[in-house]
Design a protein around this ligand. Sequence first.
Ligand code: GDP
Length: 467
Amino acid sequence: GTIADTLGRGIDSVTGAVSETFFEPVVRLGVTGLSRAGKTVFITSLVANLLDRGRMPGLEAAQSGRIQAAFLQPQPDDTVPRFDFETHLAALTGPNPHWPDSTRHVSELRLSLRVQPSGLLSGLSGPRTVHLDIVDYPGEWLLDLSLLDQRYEDWAAQALDQARGRPGGAEYLSHLADLDPSARLDEPQAQALARAYTAYLAAARAAGFSDCTPGRFLLPGELEGSPALTFAPLPQSASPRGSLAREFARRYEAYKAQVVKPFFRDHFARIDRQIVLIDALGAIHSGPPAVEDLRRTMAGILRAFRPGRNSFLSTLVGRRTDKILFAATKADHLHHSQHPKLTAIMEALVRDARNRADFAGAATRAMAIAALRATVEETRSHDGGRLDLVRGTLLDGGKQAAFHPGDLPEDPNALLVPARQGQAAWLDGDFDVMRFAPATLTLKPGEGPPHIRLDSAAEFLLGDRLR
Ligand code: GDP
């Protein structure tokens, strides 16, 4: 309820005692995105930059100096793992910078900000504390929402259909060739099928496909090996009680009831602001089928935020999440001259997703960001023209290298046309090898902050709550 939302649970900084502090607003910021999209790096950089505040010119409350203090506090949810900020920050900023371990499950971190109000009240009232509860969760789990509307038979038919066209699919389908779904359940066989299906999902993900359900098969958390994760799609059959197909249908329902629903109830339903991180460059590099799949996936994500459609969700959510930011990550892989194109592509994808999902709820926005710049820019003359490059330290071998990974199209719709013979690829082979190590923070004055538009993202997501 709204009243409960405004009651913050404060920790007295002098005595350390837990006390209920009234009228301390709480903002729950959801951070999601598929595995490797950049959630861990984003949260670590956002928190570090909010603690520091010198590098966030686009966040008005920071730029104006109205954020007087920022400090980490114990989070309100005692049973949710804490986001391991200190370890991740040490990985990124230590003497030998490396990327932190990625998100594998839901976690949470509370950052409290002491803010001087702006506007009319600014002279009249003293600073107040705003609690920012950051909730990190895998995007794979969000996509499981679509399962709630589907019976096992429908999901299986769709999953098998997808497997026919995707990398790794043939391998899984070959397991079904001489399998009788109506035969008695045999547990080792069930496990082998679930393993084979999981391997296919992982291959499809690696090839750039986003919509790979059930999401827990890829990121099982503590459920690995449990019966709720030991099923797979089987062809339609008349299946008697005790059969493989009947048991898989039962486990699928158990997965929905005992895994998917609790996640939406306990975590998702309480989010006020959401950022969805998307490795759009990766999908573009993978080619038109991956981009088309990303479009469908973004619509699926927006459906989760559309109250009323899903009867289970509407009892939980109401109209809570009022701002959603879709951010293309790793924009530092491109020279800034191409950032407007990447933003235009994200805007087109979001527009399309809103239409497909028939979405009219929260305010949405698209951006291209880099939570942590791993590159610097340079321009060289090349064949009588100019070539814009990004330079960074390669993850493998530690050598410096400069790249021009190709040109994004002016028209975002061009990305959906399957590349024909002779047509230039949007992002060429070089993009594959552009795996940079995080740069040591040695930027000189004038080189800008060590991120790209992290502050604009924070302004969109939080700015109004820090007024
Ligand atoms: P998660 O699975 O969503 O938590 O993803 P991570 O935050 O662990 O990021 C996955 C990988 O993406 C990292 O290990 C980096 O290689 C890369 N990455 C993430 N953010 C950035 C960024 O801002 N710039 C660059 N160049 N690479 C990034």
